[in-house]
Design a protein around this ligand. Structure first.
Ligand code: HEC
Length: 135
């Protein structure tokens, strides 16, 4: 039973590595839905953090828009989301590895550094490429 689950988890990871990053635009939209459903109640639609939830949980939820994201941040975020941290629930039994990755991909878009750079790159450049093709 345990082994089966571990195999499934590994298969999930392999899928993520192969598919998610290659199809960034798609990931971002489903990541947004996941984020809104699973994370937004505490972290807020824009990543601002919901004060009411923070008060209820007797903790602080940081404003993600003020966090600069780098590779280390992403590693830490993934660990926190999988394993949980204090009042932050662990998602390893609630979401698949792929779902965790795509909700984090959306979270990354809300954060400070990537908000401006990553979003247009995923959507506009494809549209631009098409526009150029037509001309
Ligand atoms: C029940 C409320 C709640 C939900 C739902 C929730 N979180 Fe959190 N999250 C928290 C709290 C509280 C913290 C702060 C933990 C701490 O450091 O004390 C946090 C922290 C984090 C952090 C670290 C951010 C930082 O401060 O650097 C990440 C990343 C994160 N959450 C991701 C997610 C993701 C992804 C989801 C949805 C899949 C999610 N959270 C859903 C409450 C929540």
């Amino acid at each position: 039973m345990k082994n089966k689950m571990a195999t499934a988890a590994l298969a999930g990871l392999a899928l993520v590595a192969a598919g998610v990053w290659a199809q960034e635009a798609k990931t971002v939209s489903s990541g947004k839905d996941l984020y809104t459903k699973k994370c937004g109640s505490c972290h807020g639609k824009l990543g601002e953090g919901v004060p009411k939830m923070a008060t209820m949980l007797k903790t602080t939820i940081r404003d993600l828009r003020k966090i600069s994201v780098n590779a280390d941040t992403l590693t830490a975020w993934k660990k926190i989301t999988v394993e949980g941290k204090k009042k932050m629930p662990a998602f390893k039994t609630k979401l698949s590895a792929a779902e965790i990755d795509s909700s984090l991909a959306h979270m990354q878009l809300l954060a400070k550094t990537s908000a401006k750079e990553a979003k247009p790159a995923a959507t506009d450049s494809a549209a631009d490429a098409k526009a150029v093709e037509k001309k």
